[in-house]
Design a protein around this ligand. Structure first.
Ligand code: ZN
Length: 415
C-alpha cells in the first residue's frame, strides 16, 4: 500500500477541493481518499509526502488525439510526412508520442483513427507490458465514403494508398466496414457522417446518407462498440445523433433542439477547441488562404464559443479532446484544451472534470475520479491548477501514477 499526502485534492467529480488530503493506493486501485487526519497511517503503508502546496488529482484524459500524426502545421510538410512514413515506423513514433503524453499527465487517450490501424497494435503492446504508455482506446481505420473527409482526392493517378482509411459506400458497405474494424480489434468505430462543403459555401453537408449512418451505428452497437463521429454541424449533425452516434467531435454549428436530444440520449460533445484555435490561427495567417477557407476559419471560431455556452447551460456532457497530432504536438499540446474550456465559460474545476471524469466515462474506463475502488491513475502537481491551469503543461510539475505505479520521466531531452 502507498499513502500519498498533499495540501489539496481535486477528485475529478467537480466537487470543491479537499484541504490536507491523502490517497491510499492498494495494488492498481484507490483504497481510500480523505483528510489526512481521517485516513491516518495504515500499517505497512509506504508514505509519500508531496512538496508543500502540491495538489493531488486524477490523471488527465484526452478523448480526441491522433497518435499516428506529428502535429506538423504546414500542410505540404504534413502531407509529405504522412505519405512517406511506413506504418510500422508510424507505430514506433506513436509509441513515443504516447509515452510523452503520459509524462504530461495524460493517463488515458482515445485515438481517433490511424493509417494501418496501427494504434490498435500500440494499445496491444502497452496492454501486454512491452511498452509503458497511457490507457488507449483505438478505432482502427476511420470509415468514410469514397472521396469523403478521410479519403481526399488530389493525388496523382499512380498513387494508391492501402489501409489509409476504410472507404465504404452504401449501408452494406458500412456494415462491412464496422465488421472489419471490429475484427481488427477496434474499441469503437469512427465515422465521418457530416463535413464542411469542399465546393460551395456551406459550413456543413451530409457526407454519409442517413441509411449509411444508421446501418453503421446499428452494426457497431450490435457488436458492443460506441460510435464517434467527425461532424461539422446543422441538420446532418442532428441526423447523425438521431441515427445513434454516441460522441460527436468538433460539431461547431448545433441548435438547442439537438443539444436537448444529446442530453436525453447521453451523447457526448467533444468540442476540440484547441485544434480549432491552432488551425484557424494558421489559416488566417496565410496571405494565400482562399476566401472560402478564411471564411470557414472565422465562422467556426465564432460558432464554437456560442455553441459551448449553450451546451454547458443545457447540461450536455462535454469531454476534453484536443485533436493533438493535428496542428499541435502531443504532450505539451493537449493541455491547451483545458485552458480554452475556461476561456469558453467553464471554471478551472469544471475544465478538470471534463478532462478527467467525463473523459473516463466516455472511454468506459474505471478511472478519472479519485474515489475508492477506481483505478489509481493519479497526478501529484506542484502548485494549484485551479489558480493556473498552465502549470499542468509543464511536465517537471507532474509526478504521474498509472495504476498505482509511478512513471519515470524518460523523455527529458525532447526534440
Ligand atoms: Zn481528429
Amino acid at each position: 500500500m502507498k499513502l500519498i499526502r498533499a495540501n489539496r485534492l481535486i477528485d475529478g467529480t467537480g466537487a470543491a477541493p479537499l484541504a490536507g488530503a491523502a490517497v491510499l493506493i492498494e495494488g492498481d486501485r484507490i483504497k481510500a481518499v480523505g483528510r489526512v487526519a481521517d485516513i491516518g497511517t495504515p500499517e505497512g503503508a509506504e508514505i509519500l509526502d508531496a512538496p508543500p502546496g502540491a495538489t493531488l488529482m486524477p490523471g488527465l484524459v484526452d478523448v480526441h488525439v491522433h497518435l499516428a500524426y506529428s502535429g506538423e502545421v504546414d500542410p505540404d510538410a504534413f502531407r509529405a510526412e504522412s505519405t512517406s512514413i511506413h506504418y510500422p515506423a508510424m507505430a514506433l513514433r506513436a509509441a513515443r508520442y504516447a509515452r510523452e503524453s503520459l509524462e504530461y499527465g495524460y493517463t488515458a487517450l482515445r485515438d481517433m483513427h490511424a493509417p494501418g490501424g496501427v494504434i490498435i497494435d500500440l494499445r496491444n503492446a502497452i496492454n501486454s507490458g512491452y511498452l509503458q504508455g497511457p490507457r488507449i482506446k483505438a478505432p482502427g481505420l476511420g470509415l468514410t465514403v469514397t472521396g469523403g473527409h478521410m479519403d481526399q482526392p488530389g493525388f496523382a493517378d499512380f498513387v494508391e494508398f492501402r489501409d489509409m482509411n476504410a472507404a465504404c459506400d452504401g449501408p452494406d458497405g458500412f456494415r462491412k466496414g464496422v465488421r472489419s474494424q471490429a475484427k481488427r480489434g477496434a474499441d469503437f468505430i469512427k465515422l465521418n457522417p457530416c463535413v464542411g462543403s469542399r465546393r460551395d459555401e456551406r459550413f456543413y453537408r451530409f457526407e454519409m446518407t442517413v441509411a449509411e449512418i444508421t446501418a453503421a451505428c446499428e452494426e457497431a452497437h450490435e457488436q458492443g462498440l460506441m460510435v464517434g463521429a467527425h461532424t461539422s454541424g446543422g441538420p446532418p449533425l442532428t441526423a447523425a445523433i438521431a441515427a445513434g452516434c454516441d460522441t460527436v467531435e468538433h460539431a461547431h454549428w448545433i441548435d438547442n433542439a439537438t443539444l436537448e436530444v444529446m442530453v436525453e440520449r447521453g451523447t457526448y460533445l467533444v468540442p476540440t477547441l484547441a485544434v480549432n484555435e491552432a488551425s484557424s490561427t494558421y489559416i488566417l495567417d496565410q496571405p494565400n488562404a482562399s476566401p472560402k477557407t478564411r471564411r470557414w476559419a472565422e465562422a467556426s471560431e465564432e460558432a464554437k464559443w456560442e455553441r459551448l455556452t449553450r451546451a454547458k447551460k443545457l447540461g450536455v456532457r462535454v469531454a476534453a479532446g484536443s485533436d493533438a497530432g493535428f496542428f499541435m504536438p502531443h504532450g505539451v499540446g493537449n493541455g491547451r484544451e483545458l485552458e480554452l474550456l475556461v476561456k469558453g465559460g467553464y471554471s478551472p474545476l469544471e475544465a478538470i472534470h471534463c478532462a478527467t471524469a467525463v473523459g473516463a466515462d466516455l472511454m468506459q474506463i474505471d478511472a478519472g475520479r479519485l474515489l475508492p475502488g477506481k483505478l489509481a491513475d493519479i497526478l501529484v502537481v506542484a502548485g494549484n491548477p485551479l489558480d493556473d491551469l498552465s502549470i499542468l503543461r509543464r511536465r517537471e510539475n507532474l509526478s504521474v501514477y498509472l495504476g498505482g505505479k509511478p512513471i519515470a520521466r524518460l523523455l527529458e531531452v525532447a526534440t
